[in-house]
Design a protein around this ligand. Sequence first.
Ligand code: FE
Ligand code: CA
Length: 535
Amino acid sequence: MRAGDKRHFATRRTFLKAATGFAGLALSPAIIGRASAGGLAWAKGDPFALGVAAGDPMPDGFVIWTRLAPEPLSADPKTPGGMRGPDLPVTYEIAKDPAFKDIVRKGISAAEAKYAYSVHVEVTGLEAARPYWYRFSSGDAQSRTGRAVTAPQPGASLDRLRFGFVSCSHYELGYFSAYRHLADEQPDLVAFLGDYIYEYVEEKKPVVRRHSDGVEAADLRTYRNRYAQYHMDPDLQRLHAEVPALITWDDHEVQNDYADVWSQTFDKPAVFLDRRAAAYQAFYENMPLRPSLSQPDGPNMRVYDRYTFGDLAQFSVIDGRQYRSKPACYAPPKKGRGHLESNKSCPERLEEQRSMIGAAQEAWLRDGLSASKARWNVIAQDVLMAELRQKLDDGEIGYWTDDWNVFPTSRQRLLNHIHEAKVENALVLTGDIHSFFQNDLKLNFADPASPTVATEFVGSSITSPSAPYEYFAKYLPDNPHIKFFDNRVRGYVSMELTKETCTARYQAVSDVKDPNARVSTLKTFTVENGRPGAA
Ligand code: FE
Ligand code: CA
C-alpha cells in the first residue's frame, strides 16, 4: 500500500472504492499494471477469507472460483462481503506444481460487482489427466492455494477414479468433520448432492453454533451471508481447496421442500420466484460453477451437466428441484411440504406426465446415458430414487411426496430406458434423507424377481439429523430391494471405480458435536462390472 493513496480503499472499513474505470473484462494495461504492482492495498480483512474452489473437470481445463469478502458477514445489503464499487481485477495463476515453480497460465479476471465480487475463471487449453495448482491475488493480498485436475480425454484408458459424495451439512447442528475426513482421503473429486447450506435457523434442536443474521435466509443478502459463513468453516474450505467439485443442489439452498415455483408456504409463484432468483444467484456466486453453463438468468439457472472421465466413468449431474412438476396433493393449510400419500388419497401421484426433472432434462439424461461409452454411468442427484413403501394406519401404502416416490412415472421412464438401452453399470448417488441406504433399483419394484437395472447409494448427511431409527427400520420388510439401512450415524461415501469393480465405502463420523470427531467405516459394498446391485 502506498501511503496516502486513498483511491482504492477506505481506511475505516475495507470498502474498495471505484477502481479507476475497471469494468467487466475490458481491462486496460494501466489497471493490470497497478494490480500486479501491488498498488491496491487491503486496509482491513482478508479479501480471500472465503477460500478457493475448483470444479467441473474437463479434458482441457476446469473452473476456478473465489469471492472477495474482507468482511464476510456484512449486514449491509449494499456491501456484500464488505465490498462496494465496480468490478475489480483479480490475478490468477495456474501451475503444474504446488510450489508454483512451473506456472503455465497467468491472467486477470474480474471480481464481478453484480455477483458479490465472485470470480469464476473457465480455464482451457491445459493438458488432460493431471493435477494443477491455482491461486488468486489482488493487490497485496493472496489467496490460499487450491488443487484442480483435468479429466482424461473421453475414451482414453483410465484404470481408477476415486471420489466422495456428500450432502446435508447443517452448520448449526454439527461440525463439518466429515468434510475434513474426506479431504484427508485426497479423492480425485467430490460430488455435492445438495443441502449444502440450510436456509432456516434451528429453533428446537440443540445447536453447536449459530447461523449469522439470526433469520431464515430469504433474500440476496441473507443467502450470500449463509454461503460466506459456510465457506469460512475450516473443514469445508479445505475440502474445496484440495478436491475439485461437481455440484448440484436440493431444496435447502432455497426453501425446504420447494418444487419449481411451488413453495412450502404457498407463496404466489411470482413472489416465490423472486426468492428463488436470490437463492440461485447466491449459489452461483459462491460455487465453482462455469459462467458459460450456470450464470443465472433471473430465477432460472442451469446446473445439470455431464462429465466424462476417460473410458471409465460418465457423470450425469442432475437438477431435481428447478423443473419438478407441482407437488402432488399440494394444498393449504398443511400440505406444502413432504408428507405421506397413498394411491387412494392422492391418485394424482400416478399421472403419466408428472416429472421429477422436467421433460427436457429427462430427454437429455436418457440421450446421454444411451450415448455413453463409459464403463460406469453415474447419476449424481438429490433425493431417494428407490421405492419406499411406508404402511399407513389405514392399511394403505404411503409414499413420501418430496422424493422420487412422488414421481413414479418419471422414475419408471428412466429405469425402463436404462434397461432397454442397455446402459452399462448405472449407479445412482443420493443425498437428502440423512440416512445411509443401499438399494437395488428394480425394473418393477412390485416384483422382487424383476431385474435390478441400477444400483443406488445413499449417503447419510454431513451433520443433519434423521428420524428415529425405527421410523424407517420398521418398513424394511415391505421393501426387499433395500439392502442396507442405517440412519444413526452421519458421514459421507467414498467411491472407487476400476474397470472391473465399483466399491462404495460408507464412512461414519464419531460425533457431529465434536469438532475433532473421528471417522470409521460403517460398511463397504462392491458392484461387479456387468452385474447391477451391490454385495
Ligand atoms: Fe438435508
Ligand atoms: Ca433436502
